[in-house]
Design a protein around this ligand. Structure first.
Ligand code: BEZ
Length: 211
């Protein structure tokens, strides 16, 4: 059975470019993003890791720890890090897990045998402070991910974890949101005293709450 939303994510101990970590302990009370890479010294992965290094301050701002995973040994990760810094202009500033025996990749279901027996797909796991899986996205090896989209999704996850709202199509931070259908108008009046716009009884639009 693959990892599903709401599941407690598997714990593990692994070597990384920042030393040995116990995953749950490393996460602490933070949000986390674990993202898998098919292989070291591959072009798309090189661009992705440089981009996440560039965006690291944005993850930090949201209280999110990021960690990469690639099914190669630490010695390769260390050599590859130099290429990433040289070609992308951003050096790794977060840990990259060495997973030569695919222990972590298998725990997270990041090897999809009908795509490849040996390489991981490009999976992203967003983990909440309760260590439960809040979101997973999987791309094939040939398609690089959009990490601005991952930040957008984290904004939605963090907002909707705190308020009785959901975010509509293409929402981005600052846009109006939707009052969850499970909240009655009576309860909504207490939570959103400035009011909202009822488009349909099930579609109530309100300004994004600010904490
Ligand atoms: C890449 O990262 O460029 C890549 C890795 C595996 C297959 C295809 C592309």
């Amino acid at each position: 059975m693959s990892l599903q939303l709401g599941d407690l994510v598997p714990d593990f101990t692994a070597d990384t470019t920042e030393g040995t970590i116990s995953f749950h302990q490393w996460l602490g009370q933070s949000w986390g993003v674990l993202f898998s890479h098919p292989k070291d010294f591959t072009p798309v992965c090189t661009t992705e890791l440089g981009e996440v290094a560039r965006l690291k301050p944005e993850f930090d701002k949201r209280g999110v720890k990021v960690i990469g995973l690639s099914v190669d040994p630490l010695s390769d990760h260390e050599k590859w890090s130099g290429d990433i810094a040289e070609t992308q202009g951003h050096a790794l500033n977060f840990p990259l897990i060495a997973d030569p025996d695919r222990k972590v990749a298998n725990l997270y279901g990041a090897i999809h045998p009908n795509a490849s027996d040996t390489l991981t797909v490009r999976s992203v796991y967003v983990i909440g402070p309760d260590k439960k899986l809040k979101l997973s996205i999987t791309y094939p090896a040939s398609t690089g991910r959009n990490f601005e989209e991952i930040l957008r999704v984290i904004d939605s996850l963090q907002l909707t974890a705190q308020h009785s709202v959901a975010t509509p199509v293409n929402w981005k931070d600052g846009d109006d949101v939707i009052i969850v259908p499970s909240l009655s108008d009576e309860d909504a009046r207490k939570r959103f005293p400035a009011g909202w716009k009822t488009v349909k009884p099930y579609l109530r639009v309100v300004a994004q709450p600010r904490t």
